[in-house]
Design a protein around this ligand. Structure first.
Ligand code: PLP
Length: 280
């Protein structure tokens, strides 16, 4: 049976979901998205994801009349229709269709689409080994707080990392580590303090980031939300990346330098274990 996806009010076979060539999302990356994890019949941090989705719509001034209840139900229905008890839901809203003009047209009907997938799980061996990272200048625009579909800079640098023999890249802007191509970045210093960049316009304020910070505080781990440099990151005991789909990936090698003992660290392990308990 074909995967069922959602487009503009209809649940359809995945391959039949088509959008117009003059959709603003297609021509201008004029749209936003969310990716939410689903486990045991529950959307993980479903409300914060929807709140961020509405924030992105507000910041991009995309007119709509979607409700939180509608977005929640749509995601749950999609998992049910695909007989899935776990996976991830990708939901995207663009400004809609308009003649191609340079300004931002008003009174459009937004295009809403959603798909589900099984996602990728890290094995224990992959977690223990961690990923190898390349640092790269942050070439993205300065509204990284909006979860916009304009992802080419991230995708381009992610591929550049792979082509250069790394697993992924971490962005650096003006000497400050911002975040991963599709994830937030954390370091653990010599005193076991967990450090991540404070949320501003230069990073996406990750839902997993926020959950990890809350878990760390509950476990009595000191947390600092502040800028840190590449040198501080290279000297850290642990470095890791967080995102809803891949949860927590230790970065055990950065620009060829081993981080800590070159394996997943203690705090990374505690946070992943506690996160797993949280999702059930
Ligand atoms: N930062 C960027 C640039 C991302 O693309 C993502 C996820 O896609 C994240 C951070 C992590 O956000 P979340 O934990 O909400 O998935």
């Amino acid at each position: 049976m074909s995967r069922i996806s959602f487009l503009n009010g209809q649940f359809l076979p995945h391959e039949n979901c088509m959008v117009h060539i003059e959709d603003r999302g297609f021509q201008f990356a004029d749209g936003i998205y969310e990716v939410t994890l689903f486990k045991n019949g529950r959307l993980i941090d479903g409300d914060p994801h929807i709140e961020r989705l509405f924030r992105s719509l507000r910041e991009m001034k995309i007119e709509h009349n979607f409700t939180k209840e509608f977005i929640t139900q749509l995601q749950l229905d999609l998992f049910a229709k695909n007989n899935m008890s776990e996976g991830t839901c990708y939901i995207q809203i663009t400004r809609g269709m308009a003649n191609r003009v340079p300004w931002v047209p008003k009174n459009l009907t937004p295009t809403i689409s959603a798909t589900v997938s099984l996602g990728k799980k890290m094995t224990e061996e992959e977690f223990e080994k961690g990923v190898s990272i390349m640092t790269h200048e942050d070439i993205r625009w300065k509204r990284c707080d909006i979860k916009s579909v304009a992802l080419f800079a991230s995708s381009f640098i992610n591929q550049k990392a792979k082509d250069s023999g790394f697993d992924d890249a971490i962005f650096v802007r003006d000497g400050v580590v911002t975040e991963g191509t599709f994830a937030n970045a954390f370091i653990v210093d010599a005193n076991d303090t967990l450090i991540t960049k404070a949320a501003d316009n230069l990073i996406l304020c990750g839902i997993t980031r926020n959950r990890m910070i809350a878990i760390a505080k509950e476990k009595g781990i000191k947390v600092e939300e502040r800028n840190f440099s590449v040198a501080e990151m290279l000297n850290a005991k642990e470095v890791f990346l967080t995102s809803s789909s891949l949860i927590l990936r230790p970065a055990t090698k950065i620009d060829g330098n081993q981080i800590g003992n070159g394996k997943a660290g203690k705090i990374s392990r505690i946070l992943l274990e506690e996160y797993k308990k949280f999702i059930g």
